[in-house]
Design a protein around this ligand. Sequence first.
Ligand code: UN1
Length: 512
Amino acid sequence: MPSKSAAAAAVEEKKKSRSAIPEPGLYIDGKWVHSSGRGLFETRNPATGDVLARFPLATPEDVKRAVEAAKRAFPGWKATPAPKRGEMLLRAAQIMRQRKEELGRLVSEEMGKVIAEGRGDVQEAIDFLEYIAGEGRRLLGETTPSELKEKFCLTVRQPVGVVGLITPWNFPVAIPVWKSGAALISGCTMVFKPASLTPLCAARLVEIYHDAGIPPGVINLVTGSGGTVGDAIANHPDIKAVSFTGGTIAGRDVYEKAARRLAACELELGGKNPQMVMEDANLDLALEGVLFGAFGTAGQRCTATSRLIVHEKVYDEMVSRLVKKAQGLRLGNPVDPKSDVGPVSSEDQVRTVMNYIDIGKREGAKLLTGGRRLTGKEHAGGYYIEPTIFEAKHGMRITKEEIFGPVLSVIKVRDFDEAIRVANDVDYGLSSSIYTRDINRAFKAMDALDVGICYINAPTIGAEVHLPFGGTKNTGNGKREAGTVAVDEFTEWKTVFVDYSNRLQKAQIDPR
Ligand code: UN1
């Protein structure tokens, strides 16, 4: 039994180690502040279970405070010339570039993607900031002739006001930047709620914006649960647009709440992305593509390949080579450059993915490789699931529902038409890919696939920021992020008629 002083020392030690864990708080009106509540949650490294930081479980009161700050900041930010706003975004990109290694590592540690992809996440954010900074010198409107003499017609984009951004954990830097970069260049101020698995990445991003000179109140970070903070954002009467990336159920809920008060809403939800391999494909290339598409980011991309649809003529060869390759992937700590695949993001995610593996087995899909959670010494404390491949029949749940983990279903088809039919026969429509050397088929696929993104001879993942991102069906609500349309969700058109005739002219009524 330890002596009293040893026990006291142990308590002291515990306290110290507790206080060594950062607690950044909320960022409201340009300052890191306490929540009005006392609740905290932890963010952990999914490879080890180590606690990285604690953040407030913010209250509806905190959201109100954040909205008030954003409202106060809005007129000044709107009045800031858009090219000046762009300069600040460019500065943020420069800071991010300087801190790329540290941030990439943090992405890896907090979210669990392998380090090369952690750096990629940050690079995607840099790319977008650089791209959208230039939009500050465009934000183009139209001029067009009037039907009347001495009258001038034009359109201008106006920022919608305060916006709410609700972001996921799988791209903890890139996706918050797609949304915040587009909102900022548009002249909006914001309340930003990051996923509860990756608030530390969000806090770093906010610091970078702060250091880049974004004024107080323009960005406000409120951490906590979707049920409390997300709801308060979706319901707040002064939040004019909500941009959400996440699951379909939560997305529909946000959409309904925003719709009730006629706020704009942009959703980017799930996917069930197919890679099709035709009999004339370059199989080596198709093989590399599917390994990256299905098991990159441990399958946790909205764009991840979750179905491999293979022409019967090349099926056996493709599948046997794929299984062998998948078995060679090294599952390990994501910060180790030798790891090919990292852990999934949380215990919850383990449960969901393992449940789908069970469902696959029960519905008669043939497990070709993987299927286990690894808990041995090398993987202790982490959420590791083996790259898993099922031979499945189209129609099984594992071929229709989003799993969001390292689980791939392979499906045999007779021909191109069946491949397209199977590819389209799901409730999602985000990404897709076809491997073929036949240019006619490539173009036919491009036309026939009911999706937002289509790759020819490339995997389903890896979209570039200067093109629109999003999907059809249950993947969203018809909107797109990034690309030339990135500012659409954060701006409204104002149509202006200037009559310089000095007389009352009546459109539609004056004689022609
Ligand atoms: C996502 O999974 O939600 O296209 C985003 C890609 C990445 C972005 C994915 N550039 O795979």
